[in-house]
Design a protein around this ligand. Structure first.
Ligand SMILES: [Zn+2]
Length: 342
């Protein structure tokens, strides 16, 4: 067969301009509304920048090392179930490498809870309307003005020792009137319990607000912003730098509450996400975080059959597509997570 000279030249140019591919792995508790997803982007050559586009938003990425970038993507409470594209772009000296991942967000059913509170927090008197509006105007930009770089180091930790008792996203009915979904986690901590910063960051608000009472807002950077509500005492002020474990205040019963507890709201570049999903994907336990795209653990139930030669799987531990052949020892794949390529 004779290949035209022009085709050879074109093929050569294309090869020179194609940057090395990038591998993307996901870590999440689930792909559902209100969940955080950690993207790990592995590049074969050092990248100068990595951009992530998902859910109509640009998510900041940061370099963990020369070849590894991470981004934390939030699936907002109101994202409808369905298929969504996550687009990743890595800029390096050899050009721009792109990767497109399609994820399926599954539906999530949220409970409804009925609460009885002081009527002034359900139907506020006209006299406090200006205050409520002014506070909402102060809070709104804080969710989306986070530092682009992470201001934290290491693992995120729980702010109080008690386990959270109310699910994020619960539909709240106050005094028989429906209000917006519960956008945080509640911890049934006794009044006076010290509230600790879950990780490093900058205090961007500390004060008394109508609905949230004694309130501290911490910008952790990379789009992650924490709000702690109903505090009886506040130990920090706007502009303070905190690190994991810094006491920012005490648990109380201020604002719209039925009793003392800690309320923690978390936003990721504005998306309303469950703070417990943050502790899951960036928390202290050093266990592997499941990749929701790879439901099958590569364990004894998943031995390579003799006929596996020629079958293709994607394996998380390799961050790559692998075409199995008899030359691969199945024991080297043990402990990875794989899914057949159809
Ligand atoms: Zn709450």
């Amino acid at each position: 067969m004779v290949i035209p000279r022009s085709a050879l030249v074109l093929a050569g140019v294309a090869a020179l301009q194609t940057p090395a591919p990038i591998d993307v792995s996901l870590g999440a508790r689930a792909l559902q509304p209100g969940e955080l997803v950690v993207l790990t982007v592995t590049t074969r050559e050092p990248a100068g920048a990595v951009h992530v586009r998902a859910f109509d938003w640009d998510w900041p990425g940061f370099a963990a090392d020369d070849h590894t970038w991470r981004a934390v993507v939030g699936i907002d409470l109101d994202v409808a179930p369905g298929a969504y594209a996550i687009q990743v772009r890595a800029d390096s000296s050899s050009g721009v490498a792109r990767h497109m991942e399609t994820v399926t967000v599954s539906p999530k059913a949220f409970r409804t809870r009925h609460l009885t509170v002081d009527n002034a927090f359900v139907n506020p008197p006209a006299s406090v309307q200006p205050r409520i509006e002014q506070e909402a105007a102060v809070l709104a930009p804080l969710w989306r003005s986070s530092n682009l770089a992470p201001l934290w180091t290491g693992a995120f930790v729980a702010p109080v020792p008690q386990e959270a008792n109310s699910a994020f996203g619960t539909r709240s009915v106050f005094n028989r009137q429906a209000r917006s979904p519960h956008g945080g986690a509640d911890f049934p901590s006794p009044a006076g319990t010290p509230v600790k910063a879950p990780n490093g960051g900058l205090v961007v608000l500390a004060g008394d607000l109508y609905y949230t009472g004694g309130t501290v807002v911490i910008d952790h950077g990379l789009g992650l912003v924490s709000l702690f509500a109903h505090l009886s005492a506040i130990d920090v002020k706007a502009g303070d730098q905190v690190s994991a474990g810094t006491v920012v205040g005490k648990v109380g019963a201020t604002g719209r509450v039925t009793g003392p507890h800690l309320h923690w709201t978390l936003r990721a570049s504005g998306a309303r996400v469950d703070p417990l999903s943050l502790l899951y994907v960036l928390g202290p336990e050093r266990r592997p975080i499941p990749d929701p795209r790879f439901p099958l653990p590569f364990d004894s139930r998943f031995h390579l059959p003799d006929s596996a030669h020629g079958f293709s799987f994607r394996c998380l531990s390799y961050h790559a597509r692998i075409r199995f052949s008899k030359s691969i020892d199945s024991s080297t794949l043990f402990g990875g997570r794989c899914a057949p390529l159809t």
